[in-house]
Design a protein around this ligand. Structure first.
Ligand code: COA
Length: 274
């Protein structure tokens, strides 16, 4: 366990677990937490072996969003300080969205503003049914910024995104699942088990394939079909080269021997020659 001032990082082989750790402030993200998150992402990337990153909160909150006092109120009168303070946050938000490993938000409680944003930036999300999500920005007189409106428009249907942006109402974890903001909402006592179930699936996959699958998804969302096909074909050759043709040499060879059914499970990577 690596304990920074406001974030703990647990590295366990292919799984990194990031704990937001300001429970007395509902894990509101102050400048120190933004610095710590940049450092944590550096450490995970440098490790090189991490396939899944789980982000969760200590205590009864995932994150109450940006620290309204330390990030906004206190530095506001000094424009340079305000800019630099918030840049640290914006940097890791952008980084999280494009992170090479699979990112999973494990939403254990309140997820307001930046907390909802982080949920939306992660590739996958699991929540407790009773967690509370909200874009509370309108309640203190601004619109969701720093990527929070983007997170709403890319994770919620239009009417729901606008409803929560314009009213500042809260939604439960169960509603978040209904609208597609999270993959699954479960009773609080099943949150760990449900997250572990997904993580176990991810860590069986080839890390290069996971990384390129994310890239192909992200890039092709803005392409027309012919461009997307040309792009994914080039990426497939890249994948083949980077993985020593593992999909042909190992995965499809095992299929040829009827060792597994790809429709129902994954191939056995223990056979991969290192
Ligand atoms: N920024 C700074 N401090 C925050 C915070 C935030 N976003 N969210 C909570 N805190 C602080 C509270 O001010 C309080 O500090 P104090 O003990 O020094 O008074 C402490 O965390 C506990 O919060 P409290 O309001 O007592 O807990 P609660 O369980 O009754 O309510 C919330 C939890 C999340 C509903 C409430 O704290 C809240 O509305 N926070 C702001 C959420 C928000 O608008 N986030 C968007 C930011 S972009």
């Amino acid at each position: 366990m690596i304990a920074l001032k406001t974030v703990n990082l647990e590295l366990n082989g292919p799984v990194a677990t990031v704990y937001l750790n300001r429970p007395e402030k509902k894990n509101a993200m102050n400048p120190q937490m933004h610095r710590d998150m940049n450092q944590v992402l550096d450490t995970i990337e440098e490790d090189g072996g991490v396939k899944a990153v789980v982000i969760t909160g200590i205590g009864d909150s995932f994150s109450a969003g940006m620290d309204l006092e330390e990030c906004f109120l206190q530095p506001f009168d000094d424009p340079q300080l305000f800019y630099r303070t918030n840049l640290i946050a914006l940097n890791w938000f952008k980084r999280l969205k494009a992170f090479p490993a699979v990112t999973i938000a494990k939403v254990n409680g309140f997820a307001f503003g930046g907390g909802l944003l982080v949920t939306g930036l992660c590739d996958l999300a699991v929540t407790s049914e009773t967690a509370l999500f909200g874009l509370s920005e309108i309640n203190f007189g601004i619109f969701p910024a720093g990527g929070a409106t983007w997170a709403a428009t890319h994770n919620l249907p239009r009417k729901q995104a606008l409803y929560y942006i314009l009213t500042g109402d809260t939604m439960t974890g169960a509603q978040a699942q209904e609208y597609g903001l999270v993959n699954k909402a479960v009773p609080a006592d099943q949150l760990d088990a449900e997250t572990d179930r997904i993580v176990r699936k991810i860590v069986k996959k080839n890390p290069v394939t996971l990384e390129l699958a994310k890239q192909v998804y992200e890039r092709t969302t803005t392409m027309d079909l012919p461009t997307a096909i040309d792009y994914d074909q080039a990426k497939l050759w890249e994948l083949s080269r980077l993985s020593g043709n593992e999909w042909i040499n190992v995965a499809l060879k095992q299929f040829e021997k009827r060792a597994y059914q790809p429709g129902l499970s994954t191939y056995n990577r223990a056979e991969v020659k290192s």
